[in-house]
Design a protein around this ligand. Structure first.
Ligand code: ATP
Ligand code: MG
Length: 401
């Protein structure tokens, strides 16, 4: 049942004080879809001030109060309690000029983006579904509340939210909503890079990402214009969809074909440094040989414990091409890497049996030290000498001239 201890406490107390209060938005949608519920949104006729007064005994945050939201904390979980509101006029396709509180649940539901997100519920009144969201959920349809063109013109972010919901919940976007998305896609230019990054990440991590990206590539081209001139861009969508559900892998497949514009794209999508580094490495090392141990040791030095992600990325590529030989090679490479790790075979300077101090005491200095260490590491990796101090120093004598 859609009943949660904290949410019930809030709704009961609001009702006892004479207000209306309902579960709304993602929690109702996910309940009806049979999906896990991440957070609870509650909509109420009580003003934000009345909510604060009524829940003085609880911890709460008021940074959303301008938009009518008070965030209440119960047992560590945050409940967003928002006063019934309408969004007024939008002048910039993103921010309502002014938020006004309104008196009825119906008005509040009508400002919501999609029918599946505009269903309210409480224990006494059951589901309140003015826009037939339950029908749409049953039939896996994503549809705007009201006139689709107008709703996307009000707030361009809804375009990406639509793709996200279609991808994550495998919903089919209804015709009018679809044509409005395509004709208003240019409005995404007004949306902040952070919002785009967050919605696009969720979209590519959805189970239905391949279909959504393929059908809505025009939208993607607005976000990442560099993709526009890529030949067979659908191939890269398939590669993406064959990757595990990990953002960096999927982004690497998506932007692989524009690797010359990597920096621009990173700036555009505001990747974190962590993501940027991993995506860049995946792209740079895609397609390298995996057939011999020295190659694998170099990859291990580069990827460290992200090596299995690199293999996943390569495997997704091979799967996309249905390349059985490559798939075999990758599974053999995985086994060899396990062996290298288990045997503690040397592939980094820290594992080398000789260090800078050893070389300093032999009279090496500055740049000579690192040059010699890399020469030894290279020789160990290529199995030209064992990782043994005496043997390494002998080798150095013979080869460093
Ligand atoms: P999730 O929490 O899984 O991301 P959600 O639907 O709950 O999904 P929220 O951003 O938490 O998304 O918003 C809660 C509700 O507020 C939505 O279900 C929708 O009814 C409404 N909403 C959110 N963003 C918009 C928007 N840009 N335009 C119109 N309504 C919106
Ligand atoms: Mg939510």
């Amino acid at each position: 049942m859609l009943e949660d201890f904290g949410a019930e406490l809030i709704i009961n107390r609001l009702e006892a004080a004479g207000y209306e209060a309902y579960y709304v938005g993602g929690c109702v949608r996910n309940y009806l879809l049979g999906k896990p519920i991440d957070d609870y949104d509650i909509t109420t006729s009580a003003t934000p001030q009345a909510v604060c007064d009524l829940f003085k005994d609880l911890e709460f945050f008021t940074q959303g109060i301008k938009h009518g939201t008070v965030s209440l904390v119960i047992n560590g979980a945050v409940y967003e309690v928002t006063t019934f509101r309408t969004d007024g006029l939008y002048s910039d396709s993103r921010h309502p000029n002014k938020v006004s509180f309104c008196s009825t649940l119906s008005e509040d539901l009508s400002r919501r983006d999609f029918t599946v997100n505009a269903i309210a519920f409480n224990k006494n009144k059951g589901f309140i579904d003015d826009f037939n969201g339950i029908y749409d959920i049953k039939h896996s349809i994503l549809r705007c509340v009201g006139d689709a063109d107008r709703r996307f013109s009000e707030d361009g972010l809804r375009i990406l939210r639509a793709l996200r919901f279609a991808s994550v919940y495998s919903l089919e976007i209804e015709e009018k909503t679809k044509s409005a998305i395509l004709s208003k896609a240019y409005l995404l230019k007004n949306i902040s890079a952070e919002r785009i990054n967050s919605e696009l990440t969720k979209t590519i991590l959805g189970g239905n990402a391949l279909t959504v990206l393929t059908e809505y590539k025009q939208v993607l081209f607005i976000i990442i214009p560099q993709l526009q001139t890529v030949e067979e861009v659908d191939f890269y969508f398939s590669w993406l969809a064959n990757c595990p559900f990990k953002a960096e892998l999927r982004f690497a497949a998506l932007v692989y074909s524009c690797k010359n514009h990597f920096k621009e794209i990173c700036d555009l999508l505001r990747f974190s440094n962590f993501s940027k580094n991993l995506i860049k490495k995946l792209i740079d090392y895609h397609g390298v040989r995996l057939s011999a141990k020295p190659y694998l040791k170099r990859l291990l030095a580069i990827f460290g414990d992200q090596i299995s992600e690199f293999f996943d990325f390569e495997e997704a590529f091979a799967l996309t091409l249905n390349d059985k030989d490559a798939l075999n090679e990758i599974s053999q490479a995985r086994a060899s890497v396990c062996e290298i790790l288990q045997n503690n075979e040397c592939f980094t300077l820290t594992q080398l049996a000789v260090d800078g101090n050893d070389l300093m005491s032999l009279g090496y200095n500055g740049a000579q030290i690192s040059k010699a260490l890399y020469l030894l590491l290279d020789a160990v990796i290529n199995e030209r000498v064992s990782n043994d101090k005496i043997l390494l120093l002998d080798f150095l004598n013979e080869n460093n001239g």
